[in-house]
Design a protein around this ligand. Structure first.
Ligand SMILES: [Zn+2]
Length: 475
C-alpha cells in the first residue's frame, strides 16, 4: 500500500515522454511473392502432418520432406543418425567470396510435445486450415520456425553472390526432452563450424499485448534450470499423538519459509531494456516507472506489482518452486522423513552455490538438508543488444510492422540455445510471426494454430532480417 502510494506520488512529479520508432525501409531483395507465401504455408501443412511426438520422437520420419525441400534449392543435406528412428539434419550455404565472418546457425527442433487428442477440435497431425488458421502440433513450437528458416535458405541461395557469411540450417531431435539432438550437434560440429550467431525459438510477436499495442520480443538469454530435493529429517511417531517434529510438519515449515522469502528481485541488462519498452506501452504512471526501472529505488517501488504478474515475476528473480512431495506410507504413522523436489530457475548470472548457501541459511534451526538432483548446465550469457546482428533483426520488424514495439527477452524455460550460447555463440530467439494472446495459450496446449496472413508477414520480416544481417548492400 505504502509503496504504491509513493509510486504514484513520484510519477506525478516526473513525466516520461515516449520515444517514437524511427522509420525503417524494407530490404528489396527480401521481396516475397504471394505464390511463395502460399507455397511455404503448404510446406508447413505437410510438415505438421508428420507425427514427431516426443516421446518417442520418430523425427527421422520428417527427413524425406526436409531433404526434398533442401535439394529443391540445390542444397546438399547431411543426416546424423541418432538411432531409434531419430536424427539431426543440416545443410550449409557458404558465401562465394572469402570471408572472415563466422557462420550463422539457423536452428529448429523437429520434435513436438504430445497432444490430448480428445481436447482438439482439429486433427493435431492434419496440417489443416480453418478460417485462415493452420492447425497442428508444432504450428508455433516450432515447425513454423523450421519453415521460416528454409524460406530464408531459399532466398539466400538466390542471393549467394552477396552472401557475407556462411549459413548453416540445422534441424535437431529431442528438444522437448533432454536436448540429445542439440547436444550431439554441439559435440560433432562446434569446433569445425565456429559460428558467431545462432537463431532459435524463444522470442515471440504478440498482437494487442498491452493497451492495444503489438510487441515483438527477441530472446537474448535464458534462465538455468536446476533440480534439488529438500529433505526434512524429523522424528517418527504414532498418528494418534501429534508431534511438531514429525517429518511432514518440518517440511511444511520449510515450504512456508520458501514461500515467505522469495529470492531478491534484481535486474539483468536484458530486462532493463524489456521494461523500458513495456514502459512505452503501459499507461501512466506505470509507464514512468518501467521506463526508468534502472533508476535507484524504482525497482523497489514496482517490485510488488511485477511480482504479482506470473510472466514478469520470474524475470526479476531466481525462482524456487516445490513441485513433487513425498512422505509417509501409512495413515497412522508419522514418518521421520518428508521431502519436496524444488524446480529452481536461476537468472543467468546467479551462482548455484550461493543459492544453495542462501537456502541452507533460510532453513536455520530446522532439520532440513538439500540434495542436488540435477545441477544447472553452463550459464547462458546475455547476447548483446548493441550488436549489428541484433539491430538487423529488430530493424526488419520495424520495416514491416512499424507500429510494433521491439524488446529483448529472457526465456524463463529452457531451449536448445543453452547448449550453444556457453560456447561463445551469440544466440537469439527470433520468431516474428504475430500471434494473438489466445494463440500463445495453444503452445503445448490444445488446437495449436497460426494465422496464414500473419505467417506471410512473418516470412517477409524473417527474409528481411536475413538480408540485413547476411547480404552485402545492393550496389
Ligand atoms: Zn520449442
Amino acid at each position: 500500500m505504502m509503496r504504491s502510494a509513493l509510486s504514484f506520488a513520484c510519477a506525478l512529479l516526473l513525466f516520461a515522454c515516449t520515444v517514437p520508432n524511427v522509420p525503417v525501409a524494407p530490404r528489396a531483395e527480401a521481396k516475397l511473392e504471394a505464390a511463395d507465401a502460399d507455397r511455404w504455408a503448404s510446406f508447413l501443412a505437410r510438415y505438421l502432418a508428420i507425427d514427431t511426438t516426443n516421446p518417442p520422437g520418430n523425427e527421422a520420419n520428417a527427413l524425406p520432406l526436409l531433404q526434398e525441400t533442401l535439394s529443391g534449392m540445390g542444397l546438399t543435406s547431411t543426416v546424423t543418425d541418432l538411432g531409434d528412428n531419430r536424427a539431426n539434419i543440416y545443410a550449409r550455404l557458404a558465401p562465394n567470396m572469402p570471408t572472415k565472418k563466422g557462420p550463422l546457425v539457423l536452428l529448429h527442433h523437429i520434435d513436438v510435445v504430445p497432444v490430448e487428442r480428445d481436447q482438439w477440435t482439429m486433427p493435431p497431425f492434419g496440417g489443416l486450415e480453418r478460417d485462415g488458421q493452420i492447425y497442428g502440433r508444432g504450428a508455433i513450437d516450432m515447425k513454423l520456425v523450421g519453415m521460416l528458416q528454409l524460406a530464408a535458405m531459399e532466398m539466400l541461395t538466390r542471393q549467394r553472390d552477396r552472401l557475407e557469411r556462411e549459413v548453416i540450417w540445422l534441424a535437431v531431435s529431442d528438444e522437448e526432452a533432454l536436448g540429445l539432438g542439440a547436444q550431439r550437434a554441439v559435440a560433432d560440429h562446434m569446433n569445425e563450424w565456429l559460428p558467431d550467431y545462432l537463431l532459435d525459438e524463444g522470442g515471440f510477436a504478440v498482437r494487442d499485448f498491452m493497451n492495444g499495442q503489438d510487441i515483438v520480443v527477441v530472446a537474448t538469454t535464458q534462465k538455468r534450470p536446476m533440480k534439488v530435493r529438500m529433505i526434512a529429517q524429523g522424528d517418527a511417531g504414532h498418528g494418534s499423538r501429534p508431534i511438531a517434529t514429525g517429518g511432514p510438519r518440518v517440511l511444511a515449515e520449510a515450504l512456508h519459509r520458501l514461500d515467505a522469502h522469495p529470492r531478491a528481485a534484481r535486474l539483468i541488462g536484458t530486462n532493463v531494456h524489456l521494461f523500458e519498452a513495456l514502459g512505452r506501452i503501459a499507461s501512466f504512471p506505470k509507464s514512468f516507472f518501467l521506463s526508468h526501472i534502472s533508476w535507484p529505488g524504482v525497482l523497489w517501488l514496482v517490485e510488488d506489482s511485477l511480482s504479482a504478474n506470473k510472466n514478469l515475476n520470474p524475470m526479476i528473480r531466481d525462482t524456487v518452486t516445490p513441485t513433487m512431495l513425498e512422505a509417509g506410507q501409512k495413515a497412522n504413522v508419522i514418518p521421520a522423513e518428508a521431502s519436496a523436489v524444488l524446480d529452481i530457475r536461476l537468472l543467468p548470472d546467479t551462482s548455484p552455490e550461493s543459492l544453495l548457501r542462501d537456502l541452507a541459511a533460510l532453513m536455520e534451526g530446522l532439520p532440513v538438508r538439500f540434495e542436488v538432483l540435477e545441477p544447472p548446465g553452463p550459464a547462458v550469457p546475455e547476447a548483446p543488444t548493441d550488436d549489428p546482428f541484433f539491430r538487423g533483426l529488430t530493424d526488419a520488424v520495424r520495416a514491416h510492422a512499424p507500429a510494433a514495439h521491439v524488446a529483448p527477452w529472457t526465456v524463463v524455460g529452457a531451449n536448445d540455445s543453452r547448449f550453444f550460447a556457453p560456447r561463445g555463440v551469440k544466440t537469439y530467439g527470433y520468431v516474428p510471426v504475430f500471434l494473438s494472446k489466445q494463440q500463445i495459450d495453444t503452445i503445448h496446449g490444445h488446437d495449436e494454430n497460426v494465422s496464414k496472413k500473419e505467417l506471410e508477414l512473418g516470412l517477409r520480416i524473417y527474409l528481411d532480417a536475413m538480408a540485413r544481417t547476411l547480404l552485402a548492400p545492393m550496389p
